[in-house]
Each structure stands twice: as structure tokens, then as C-alpha cells.
Design a binder for this molecule. Structure first.
Ligand SMILES: *[C@@H]1O[C@H](CO)[C@@H](O)[C@H](O)[C@H]1NC(C)=O
Ligand SMILES: *[C@@H]1O[C@H](CO)[C@@H](O)[C@H](O)[C@H]1NC(C)=O
Ligand SMILES: *[C@@H]1O[C@H](CO)[C@@H](O)[C@H](O)[C@H]1NC(C)=O
Ligand SMILES: *[C@@H]1O[C@H](CO)[C@@H](O)[C@H](O)[C@H]1NC(C)=O
Ligand SMILES: *[C@@H]1O[C@H](CO)[C@@H](O)[C@H](O)[C@H]1NC(C)=O
Ligand SMILES: *[C@@H]1O[C@H](CO)[C@@H](O)[C@H](O)[C@H]1NC(C)=O
Ligand SMILES: *[C@@H]1O[C@H](CO)[C@@H](O)[C@H](O)[C@H]1NC(C)=O
Ligand SMILES: *[C@@H]1O[C@H](CO)[C@@H](O)[C@H](O)[C@H]1NC(C)=O
Ligand SMILES: *[C@@H]1O[C@H](CO)[C@@H](O)[C@H](O)[C@H]1NC(C)=O
Ligand SMILES: *[C@@H]1O[C@H](CO)[C@@H](O)[C@H](O)[C@H]1NC(C)=O
Ligand SMILES: *[C@@H]1O[C@H](CO)[C@@H](O)[C@H](O)[C@H]1NC(C)=O
Length: 656
């Protein structure tokens, strides 16, 4: 071959990298080099051409990167900011992703979803994050971010989800004033998850207004003071309110009773005073916890029996006295009633009404003098009266005078499969199949562990999770949830193992989907789970020696195909180049341009390089149902698009 042709081939191949493959190959290869445990399908130089798992492109530009819970390690380098077409970025549950967020992330102007939940990020949230004008979801929960909430977040006028839960953030909650922005400007946002940080100061009156439409306002477990602003009562859309674990004082504003859509309200562990609030306007209220406050000593309001949707009522240590109104036991849905550490007295009169679902009645340390136990009641659930006068003279057989102990049933291999053994470090599923499960930890607050029947608890969770996986058509064979134990910080934790069906391992895409779904699931079903979150998936790449082999063989196969394809492409380009050169010679007046073949993309007469090897956006919208509401999981806004994207068929290397 003559040198001219060789030179051409060299130039051509460089140009293919930067033009045909888009600008993103450099940035992606930097990220790939900086991260450990990238998918084995990340081979070759073109992130859009080689079926890179977790990457979706539009016109040869990366517009979605979704790698949740795949065990990525390393830092998020500033190079990511050159992926200027990026709209979805989800790197959640990679606990090995550390360091601070590069401030240049605010250059990703097209970003709509930024999900970095459950990673190891530290340092401040970039001050000008508010310049990501298109952001709909900012989810930075369960990291170790420090500093204050950047007021510029108030500029995110399209924001639906703000999740800063479980970080080390401090300072006050910013509201707008004249020149500065604040969270009160987020009138579209449905989720304010600011719990478990170190926020201080008062909850500003200005934070809430009737213009807002939040469904979750979670400010729990901070260091907030002052009273609950009465403006909260203007936010008619509210469904969950969690202010527990602060130092809030003063009375509960009476207009909260206007919030008819609230299903969960937790105000426990504060210093609230005044009368026990009248909440009978909350017709759908099913979880109410007012424990550990300093309300005026009073009877348990009999109006509580009008809360027909109530499943859990917790009023431990709230100054209650007098009789427990018998009508309370007629609430058909009530399952858990915790009234410990009050001064409730007299007879505990639980009519053996057949409709009652009450499983747990915990009345420890009250002044109950008489309890006529019936056999029906004993079969239905647990009553605990330890620390009441009634137990001072009770017969030793009275089981309501002991605190039942939970039976831990840490799951070994299921009994029915006992003769089976799995090779290497595979694990036996409940359906007796050997595979590599995806494992993680569910963290949650349960009202009363000691009185929960472990079997029904685990099955509730397992069934609920399985339903969710089925609904999202994930290839899951079975789920095992262990009985919860107390973890760090006093939160209860369960181990979760998700077993694959079909194959003995999940691929990265599915892992990513399961990771997202586990977290969404816990939010979707706060009543069953007692409000929980998902953390610490075990890096899935760990402990599966046979799998990487297989995957990397597939990987190199794809690489080979892609490589061969590139060579064909080169030949094709060479042909086109020669053709264009010939044409040019025929049009001598035309300006000399050695890179004329770059115009390929604009020419009708030659193969289209740009976009041809990626999904068209049409295809993507087809398989994600236009990022429609229908694909949202749980209540409003969660996991928008990013989850459903996983179900796109694999990209095909072709020149069609
Ligand atoms: C894909 O690219 C086309 C053309 O540049 C553009 O019109 C479209 O909005 C892009 N789609 C996405 C999802 O970025
Ligand atoms: C936020 O918006 C205000 C105007 O509403 C503007 O003055 C300010 O510069 C913006 N801040 C950022 C960080 O974009
Ligand atoms: C909470 O705030 C009070 C005063 O506002 C302060 O004394 C206390 O140290 C703070 N607690 C924590 C855990 O930050
Ligand atoms: C209350 O919930 C219902 C049903 O979910 C919904 O249609 C209605 O818009 C909600 N009310 C408000 C004020 O958001
Ligand atoms: C809310 O409750 C207050 C009384 O607490 C009442 O005066 C007001 O009219 C109610 N507002 C709405 C919108 O129902
Ligand atoms: C509680 O509020 C309801 C309206 O939601 C009202 O009808 C009822 O009278 C109130 N009860 C008390 C004791 O104030
Ligand atoms: C109430 O406070 C006690 C003592 O601090 C604590 O053990 C208990 O868990 C608290 N109850 C609730 C429901 O948070
Ligand atoms: C307990 O109840 C009895 C009446 O049943 C009452 O005499 C006594 O004062 C109460 N004790 C306390 C500590 O409230
Ligand atoms: C714990 O196990 C024992 C025997 O194995 C059983 O009798 C008891 O009912 C169990 N308790 C609970 C709460 O499941
Ligand atoms: C989860 O599994 C790990 C490792 O097997 C174990 O150390 C831990 O105690 C388990 N945690 C729970 C809550 O069961
Ligand atoms: C991953 O697994 C799912 C479900 O089995 C499958 O639909 C998908 O095509 C796989 N993705 C890749 C890149 O192999």
C-alpha cells in the first residue's frame, strides 16, 4: 500500500473516534479507566457502538448512563461533564463510588435525572447545582454529603423529587427572600426527603404554601426547633408527613386536620405540647405515631375511632389517662396499637368483635386494673400488659403478663432442598435452584419487633417484593428476607437475597433494575415496611468466579465483532474518500479539504454513520412508553424513565 493510503487510514481512524463515535468516547474511556468493576461489555472505544451495558445513546452521543448497584469503585471525575447530551445519570448503590461531586457536573445542562443514592460521596453539594434547569429528580440520599443545602436548588423549577435523606448536611432549610432562592420555590416538587441529616433552626413558615404540591414532606431525625408551621395545613396534596426525632415545640396546628389525603403522619420524639391533635379529618390516615411528646394530660380522644383507615396507632408516652375507649377496637383495619408508658386505667375492654384485625396491643406500664381475656382474643394476637396493676396478681399462665420473645429464623438452606448442594459459592434458592443471588440490606423502623410473628413478617415482605419484580418483568426466581436485627444507629435491618430465574446469575442491567426497584419498593409500601430504605448491596461482582469468564468471552466476542465492523467501516470510508477525492478533482475550484469525508453525516449519498449504530430516539420511546407516567413506580415521580429504560432490547451492531 502506498504511504498516502496508510496516512489516510490513520487519519480516518482518528476521525472515526472523534466524529463518528461522537465526543463521548474520550470521556467514557476516562471514566472507564478510573472506575473498577465496569461492565465487561464495556469494550472498544465507542460507548455507543458496542452494546455497552447501562449506556444508551442518541445520535452517537451518550444520553443515559444507568449503573445501579453494580459495585463500581472510584471517583466521579470531572470528565463526565463533557457528556453534554446526558439526560439520565443513575449510579446509585455503588458504595465504592467516593470523593466529592465534581462542581463541573453543573455543565451537564441537559440532565433530567441525577440519581446517586447510596454511594460513598462526601463533601458539599455543588453550590450552583440549581443551574441544571431541566432537572426533574435530584436524588443524593444515603451518602455522606456535608455542608448546607445550596439555595440555588430553588431554581430547579421542574424538580419533582428532592432526596437528600441520610447525609451529614447541616444549617437551616433555605427559603427564598428577595435575591436568594429557596426550597419554597419548588412548587412542582412532590418529594422533599430531607430526613436524617443535621439540619437546625426552625421549619420556616415560608417553606409551605397552597401553591405547592408535595406528597411527601420528610424532615425527620434532624435537629429542628420551633413549632410546626401552620402553613403546612395549606398543602392539600400531602400524603406523608414525618417530623419525628427533632426538638419541635408548641402545639400541633389545628388546620392539619384539613389535610384529607394524609395516610402517614409521624410526629414522635419531639417536645410538642398542647392538646392531642384532632386528626379526624384525615379520612385515609393509616399510620399515626405521636409518641414521646408532652401533650396535655387527657383521655384518648374517642374521635380517633372515626379514623376508619387506621392500621397503626402509636401514642407511647403522650400523657394519656382514663379509659381506653372501647370503640377504638372497632376500627376494622387496626392492626397495631401501641399505648405504652401512659396512665391509662380501669378495664381494658376489647370486645371480641370478629372484624378486628388487631395483632398487637402493647399497653406496658399503664394503670390497667382489669383485663377479661377471651380465647378468641388470645388466638388473634398479642396483648402486653406488663407493668400494669392487672399483672401484679395475675396467674402465671396469663401470657399477657410477659413480653413475648421473637424467634429469629435466620435462613439456612430451605429444608425441602436439603439433599441438594451447590457447587462453588452458589446459593440454594427457596425453589431449590443454585445461583448467585443479588444481596443487600433493607433498613427500616418497625414499631414493635418483639411482638411480630416472624413468619408472617418475612412472607409479607417477600411476597410484596416478588409482586413488584413480577410487575416489572424482572427475571427473579425468588426472594429471601431475613428476620430483622438491630443495626447501627438503632435501625432494624434485614438481609435481602434476590435469586435469578432462567440463568444462574443476573446481568448488570438487571442488577441495576433490581437495585433501583428495591429502594422504590420500600417507598411504595411504607405501611408494610414501616418506612424503610435500601442500602449496601453486596458488590455483585464479588464471589462468582465462573461468571466473569463467561461474560468476558461474550465481551470479547462483541469486541471482535465490533472490531471487525470498524475495519469494514474503514474500508468503506476509504472507498468513499477515494470517491470524494475523485469528485473533488473533477471540481478543482472547491476548497481543498482533507477531512471532507467528515461531511458524510450530512450527505444523502453515503451510509449514515451517525446514529445508525445506536437506538433511534423513537425506538427508545417505544420501549419506555414515552417515559410516561405509567412507568413511574410508587407514588409520583420515582425512578422516572431510568428504570423502564432497562427493558430496552440490546443494541445491535449493524450498518443498516
Ligand atoms: C436525539 O437527537 C435528536 C436530534 O439531534 C433530537 O431531536 C432528540 O431530541 C434527541 N433525543 C434525546 C432523547 O436527546
Ligand atoms: C437562580 O435564579 C435567580 C433568579 O430567579 C437568579 O438570579 C440566580 O442567579 C439563579 N441562581 C443560579 C445558581 O442559577
Ligand atoms: C442541636 O441544636 C442544639 C442547639 O440548637 C445544639 O446545642 C445541639 O448540639 C445540636 N445537636 C446536634 C446533634 O447537632
Ligand atoms: C387526594 O388524593 C386523590 C386520590 O389520590 C387525588 O385525586 C386528589 O387530587 C388528592 N387531593 C389533593 C388536594 O391533592
Ligand atoms: C382549615 O381549617 C381551618 C380551621 O382549623 C378552617 O378555618 C379553614 O377553613 C380550613 N381550610 C380549608 C381549606 O379547608
Ligand atoms: C375534630 O374535627 C372534626 C372535623 O374534621 C370535627 O367534626 C370534630 O368536631 C372535631 N372534634 C373535636 C373534639 O374537636
Ligand atoms: C420513645 O422514647 C423511648 C425512650 O427514649 C424510646 O425507647 C422509644 O423507642 C420511643 N418511642 C418511639 C415510638 O419512638
Ligand atoms: C390508677 O388507677 C386507680 C383507679 O383505677 C387510681 O386510683 C390511681 O390513682 C391510678 N394511679 C395512677 C398512678 O394514676
Ligand atoms: C417461637 O418458637 C417456639 C418453639 O419453636 C414457639 O412455641 C413459639 O410460638 C414461637 N414464638 C413466636 C413469637 O413465633
Ligand atoms: C446479614 O448477613 C451478614 C452476613 O451473612 C450477617 O453478618 C448479618 O448479621 C446479617 N444481618 C441481618 C440483619 O440478618
Ligand atoms: C439482561 O437480562 C435481561 C433479562 O434476562 C435481558 O432481557 C437482557 O437482554 C439482558 N441484557 C444484556 C445486555 O444481556
Amino acid at each position: 500500500m502506498c504511504p498516502k493510503v496508510l496516512t489516510f487510514l490513520l487519519v480516518a481512524s482518528i476521525q472515526i473516534y472523534t466524529e463518528a463515535y461522537g465526543d463521548d468516547s474520550t470521556a467514557m474511556s476516562t471514566l472507564k479507566n478510573e472506575w473498577e468493576n465496569t461492565p465487561s461489555t464495556w469494550v472498544g472505544a465507542d460507548p455507543c457502538g458496542g452494546n455497552w451495558e447501562g449506556i444508551l445513546c442518541n445520535n452517537s452521543r451518550v444520553f443515559s448512563m444507568t449503573l445501579a448497584g453494580v459495585g463500581l469503585r472510584g471517583q466521579l471525575s470531572g470528565d463526565i461533564s463533557s457528556l453534554s447530551e446526558l439526560e439520565f445519570l443513575d449510579l446509585s448503590y455503588n458504595t465504592g463510588l467516593e470523593g466529592s461531586l465534581p462542581p463541573s457536573i453543573v455543565n451537564l445542562k441537559k440532565l433530567r435525572i441525577l440519581k446517586l443514592v447510596g454511594c460513598g460521596f462526601t463533601g458539599p453539594i455543588p453550590e450552583s447545582i440549581g443551574s441544571l434547569e431541566l432537572l426533574e429528580s435530584l436524588e443524593l440520599g444515603s451518602n455522606r454529603f456535608t455542608g448546607t443545602i445550596p439555595p440555588s436548588i430553588g431554581n430547579l423549577s421542574k424538580l419533582l423529587v428532592l432526596d437528600l435523606f441520610n447525609n451529614l448536611l447541616e444549617g437551616s432549610i433555605p427559603v427564598s427572600s428577595g435575591t436568594t432562592s429557596g426550597l419554597d420555590m419548588l412548587v412542582k416538587a412532590q418529594h422533599f426527603h430531607l430526613g436524617r441529616n443535621r439540619f437546625s433552626g426552625t421549619i420556616p413558615d415560608e417553606l409551605f404554601s397552597s401553591d405547592m404540591t408535595p406528597i411527601h414532606v420528610l424532615l425527620h431525625d434532624n435537629n429542628l426547633t420551633g413549632s410546626i408551621p401552620s402553613t403546612l395545613g395549606l398543602v392539600q396534596s400531602l400524603e406523608a408527613v414525618r417530623f419525628e426525632g427533632n426538638s419541635l415545640t408548641g402545639p400541633v396546628p389545628s388546620n392539619l386536620n384539613n389535610l384529607t389525603n394524609v395516610t402517614m403522619m409521624i410526629l414522635s420524639n419531639n417536645k410538642l405540647t398542647g392538646p392531642v391533635p384532632n386528626l379526624t379529618g384525615m379520612a385515609y390516615l393509616n399510620y399515626l405515631d405521636l409518641s414521646n411528646n408532652s401533650f396535655d394530660a387527657s383521655d384518648l380522644p374517642s374521635s380517633f375511632s372515626n379514623l376508619k383507615a387506621l392500621t397503626t396507632l402509636m401514642m407511647e408516652n403522650t400523657g394519656l389517662e382514663g379509659l381506653v375507649p372501647p370503640a377504638l377496637f372497632d376500627i376494622p383495619s387496626l392492626q397495631t396499637l401501641i399505648l405504652r408508658n401512659n396512665k391509662l386505667s380501669g378495664k381494658l375492654d376489647i370486645a371480641s368483635s370478629s372484624s378486628s384485625k388487631l395483632k398487637v396491643i402493647d399497653m406496658q406500664n399503664n394503670n390497667i386494673s382489669f383485663y377479661p381475656e377471651t380465647p378468641e382474643r388470645r388466638n388473634k394476637g398479642i396483648v402486653i400488659l406488663v407493668g400494669n396493676p392487672v399483672c401484679e396478681h395475675a396467674e402465671p399462665t396469663a401470657n399477657y403478663c410477659t413480653v413475648p420473645q421473637a424467634n429469629s429464623s435466620d435462613t439456612g438452606p430451605p429444608e425441602k432442598c436439603v439433599p441438594l448442594h451447590c457447587i462453588s459459592d452458589q446459593i440454594l434458592s427457596p425453589n431449590c435452584k443454585c445461583s448467585y443471588p443479588f444481596r443487600g440490606v433493607l433498613v427500616f423502623k418497625r414499631p414493635c419487633l418483639e411482638s411480630i410473628d416472624s413468619n408472617s413478617y418475612e412472607h409479607l415482605e417477600e411476597e410484596s417484593l416478588m409482586r413488584s419484580f413480577k410487575r416489572h418483568e424482572l427475571p427473579v426466581d425468588s426472594v429471601v428476607v431475613s428476620f430483622p436485627k438491630e443495626g447501627l444507629l438503632g435501625y432494624l435491618e434485614s438481609n435481602v437475597s434476590v435469586f435469578p430465574s432462567g440463568q444462574n446469575h443476573f446481568n448488570t442491567t438487571t442488577i441495576s433494575a433490581i437495585g433501583s426497584l428495591l429502594n422504590l419498593q420500600t417507598i411504595e409500601n411504607p405501611n408494610i415496611f414501616g418506612s424503610s430504605y435500601f442500602k449496601d448491596p453486596y458488590p455483585y461482582s464479588a464471589g462468582k468466579p465462573t461468571v466473569p469468564d463467561k461474560l468476558s468471552r461474550t465481551g470479547s466476542l462483541i469486541g471482535a465483532v465490533a472490531g471487525g465492523a470498524s475495519f469494514l467501516l474503514l474500508l468503506l470510508l476509504a472507498g468513499v474518500y477515494a470517491y470524494r477525492q475523485k469528485k473533488r478533482r473533477e471540481r478543482p475550484s472547491e476548497q481543498e479539504n482533507h477531512f471532507a469525508y467528515l461531511d458524510l453525516k450530512n450527505s444523502d449519498s453515503v451510509p449514515r454513520l451517525k446514529g445508525a449504530r445506536c437506538f433511534s430516539f423513537d425506538e427508545i420511546t417505544k420501549c419506555t412508553n414515552n417515559f410516561s407516567e405509567a412507568n413511574h413506580i410508587g407514588t409520583g415521580g420515582y425512578g422516572m424513565a431510568s428504570l423502564s429504560l432497562f427493558y430496552c432490547p440490546a443494541m445491535v451492531v449493524s450498518f443498516a
